[in-house]
Design a protein around this ligand. Structure first.
Ligand code: ZN
Length: 149
Protein backbone atom coordinates (compact mmCIF):
# COMPACT_ATOMS: atom_id res chain seq x y z
CA UNK A 1 0.00 0.00 0.00
CA UNK A 2 1.24 3.46 -0.74
CA UNK A 3 0.81 6.42 1.56
CA UNK A 4 -2.39 7.55 -0.05
CA UNK A 5 -3.99 4.13 0.32
CA UNK A 6 -2.92 3.89 3.93
CA UNK A 7 -4.46 7.26 4.64
CA UNK A 8 -7.66 6.23 2.96
CA UNK A 9 -7.77 2.96 4.87
CA UNK A 10 -7.34 4.84 8.12
CA UNK A 11 -10.13 7.19 7.21
CA UNK A 12 -12.33 4.25 6.37
CA UNK A 13 -11.69 2.58 9.68
CA UNK A 14 -12.30 5.77 11.59
CA UNK A 15 -15.55 6.21 9.73
CA UNK A 16 -16.70 2.67 10.43
CA UNK A 17 -15.81 3.04 14.07
CA UNK A 18 -17.91 6.16 14.24
CA UNK A 19 -20.69 4.60 12.20
CA UNK A 20 -21.13 1.72 14.60
CA UNK A 21 -20.77 3.80 17.73
CA UNK A 22 -23.87 4.75 19.65
CA UNK A 23 -23.42 8.37 18.69
CA UNK A 24 -23.04 7.53 15.02
CA UNK A 25 -26.06 5.28 14.94
CA UNK A 26 -28.14 7.93 16.64
CA UNK A 27 -27.11 10.53 14.12
CA UNK A 28 -27.86 8.23 11.20
CA UNK A 29 -31.26 7.42 12.60
CA UNK A 30 -32.13 11.08 12.93
CA UNK A 31 -30.85 11.75 9.45
CA UNK A 32 -32.85 8.89 7.93
CA UNK A 33 -35.99 9.94 9.73
CA UNK A 34 -36.02 13.45 8.39
CA UNK A 35 -38.82 13.78 5.90
CA UNK A 36 -36.64 15.45 3.30
CA UNK A 37 -34.26 12.52 3.24
CA UNK A 38 -37.08 10.01 3.25
CA UNK A 39 -38.71 11.65 0.29
CA UNK A 40 -35.48 11.80 -1.65
CA UNK A 41 -34.64 8.19 -0.89
CA UNK A 42 -38.08 7.04 -1.90
CA UNK A 43 -37.86 8.84 -5.19
CA UNK A 44 -34.41 7.50 -5.85
CA UNK A 45 -35.40 3.99 -4.91
CA UNK A 46 -38.49 4.00 -7.08
CA UNK A 47 -36.44 5.03 -10.04
CA UNK A 48 -33.63 2.65 -9.25
CA UNK A 49 -35.73 -0.44 -8.69
CA UNK A 50 -37.00 -0.26 -12.23
CA UNK A 51 -33.53 -0.52 -13.71
CA UNK A 52 -32.19 -3.73 -15.17
CA UNK A 53 -29.16 -3.55 -12.96
CA UNK A 54 -31.29 -3.57 -9.85
CA UNK A 55 -33.47 -6.43 -11.01
CA UNK A 56 -30.47 -8.48 -11.98
CA UNK A 57 -28.74 -7.71 -8.73
CA UNK A 58 -31.80 -8.61 -6.71
CA UNK A 59 -32.18 -11.90 -8.52
CA UNK A 60 -28.53 -12.74 -7.98
CA UNK A 61 -28.85 -11.85 -4.31
CA UNK A 62 -32.00 -13.93 -3.95
CA UNK A 63 -30.38 -16.92 -5.62
CA UNK A 64 -27.34 -16.57 -3.45
CA UNK A 65 -29.18 -16.53 -0.15
CA UNK A 66 -31.50 -19.29 -1.33
CA UNK A 67 -28.55 -21.46 -2.27
CA UNK A 68 -26.92 -20.78 1.07
CA UNK A 69 -30.00 -21.95 2.92
CA UNK A 70 -30.54 -24.95 0.66
CA UNK A 71 -26.96 -26.07 1.02
CA UNK A 72 -27.29 -25.98 4.76
CA UNK A 73 -30.43 -28.11 4.90
CA UNK A 74 -29.37 -30.37 2.05
CA UNK A 75 -25.65 -30.87 2.59
CA UNK A 76 -25.33 -33.79 0.16
CA UNK A 77 -26.33 -31.79 -2.85
CA UNK A 78 -29.38 -29.61 -3.20
CA UNK A 79 -32.33 -31.91 -3.73
CA UNK A 80 -35.76 -32.86 -2.43
CA UNK A 81 -35.51 -34.83 0.78
CA UNK A 82 -38.27 -37.21 -0.21
CA UNK A 83 -37.84 -37.88 -3.92
CA UNK A 84 -34.38 -36.41 -4.64
CA UNK A 85 -35.70 -34.13 -7.37
CA UNK A 86 -32.90 -31.63 -7.87
CA UNK A 87 -34.06 -28.73 -10.01
CA UNK A 88 -33.62 -25.77 -7.68
CA UNK A 89 -36.39 -23.86 -9.45
CA UNK A 90 -39.00 -26.29 -8.11
CA UNK A 91 -37.51 -26.77 -4.69
CA UNK A 92 -38.61 -24.93 -1.64
CA UNK A 93 -38.04 -24.74 2.04
CA UNK A 94 -40.49 -26.71 4.13
CA UNK A 95 -41.40 -26.45 7.78
CA UNK A 96 -41.09 -30.04 8.96
CA UNK A 97 -43.79 -29.65 11.60
CA UNK A 98 -46.13 -27.88 9.24
CA UNK A 99 -47.97 -24.61 9.73
CA UNK A 100 -45.38 -23.03 7.45
CA UNK A 101 -47.91 -20.57 6.12
CA UNK A 102 -48.40 -19.16 9.59
CA UNK A 103 -44.69 -18.68 10.06
CA UNK A 104 -44.43 -17.08 6.66
CA UNK A 105 -47.16 -14.64 7.58
CA UNK A 106 -45.05 -13.64 10.52
CA UNK A 107 -41.66 -13.24 8.86
CA UNK A 108 -42.84 -12.26 5.40
CA UNK A 109 -43.05 -13.96 2.05
CA UNK A 110 -40.51 -14.66 -0.63
CA UNK A 111 -36.98 -13.94 0.30
CA UNK A 112 -37.83 -12.84 3.82
CA UNK A 113 -37.95 -16.41 5.08
CA UNK A 114 -34.44 -17.15 3.79
CA UNK A 115 -33.15 -13.99 5.37
CA UNK A 116 -34.88 -14.91 8.60
CA UNK A 117 -33.26 -18.34 8.57
CA UNK A 118 -29.77 -16.94 8.04
CA UNK A 119 -30.30 -14.25 10.65
CA UNK A 120 -31.44 -16.87 13.14
CA UNK A 121 -28.46 -19.07 12.45
CA UNK A 122 -30.24 -21.86 10.54
CA UNK A 123 -32.70 -23.11 13.15
CA UNK A 124 -33.78 -26.74 13.18
CA UNK A 125 -37.13 -27.78 11.78
CA UNK A 126 -36.67 -27.05 8.10
CA UNK A 127 -36.10 -29.32 5.14
CA UNK A 128 -35.89 -28.99 1.38
CA UNK A 129 -38.81 -30.42 -0.55
CA UNK A 130 -39.89 -30.15 -4.15
CA UNK A 131 -43.25 -28.56 -4.85
CA UNK A 132 -44.88 -31.93 -5.50
CA UNK A 133 -43.79 -33.47 -2.23
CA UNK A 134 -44.66 -30.30 -0.41
CA UNK A 135 -48.20 -30.25 -1.73
CA UNK A 136 -48.64 -33.97 -1.08
CA UNK A 137 -47.41 -33.50 2.47
CA UNK A 138 -49.75 -30.58 3.03
CA UNK A 139 -52.63 -32.61 1.70
CA UNK A 140 -51.83 -35.63 3.82
CA UNK A 141 -51.44 -33.53 6.94
CA UNK A 142 -54.52 -31.53 6.08
CA UNK A 143 -52.57 -28.33 6.50
CA UNK A 144 -53.57 -26.63 3.31
CA UNK A 145 -54.07 -22.93 3.92
CA UNK A 146 -57.70 -22.02 3.66
CA UNK A 147 -57.30 -19.80 0.65
CA UNK A 148 -55.90 -22.74 -1.35
CA UNK A 149 -58.68 -25.22 -0.58
ZN1 ZN B 1 -39.94 -34.34 -3.98
Amino acid sequence: MNKKQIRKEKQNQAYLKYYYSEKGQKKIKTYRNSSKVKKRQKKYHEKYRKTKKYKKGMRAYRDKIKRLVYEHYSPNGIKCKKCSFDDIRALSIDHIKGKGHLHRLKVGFGNALYRWIVRNNYPKGFQILCMNCQFIKRYENKEIPEREV
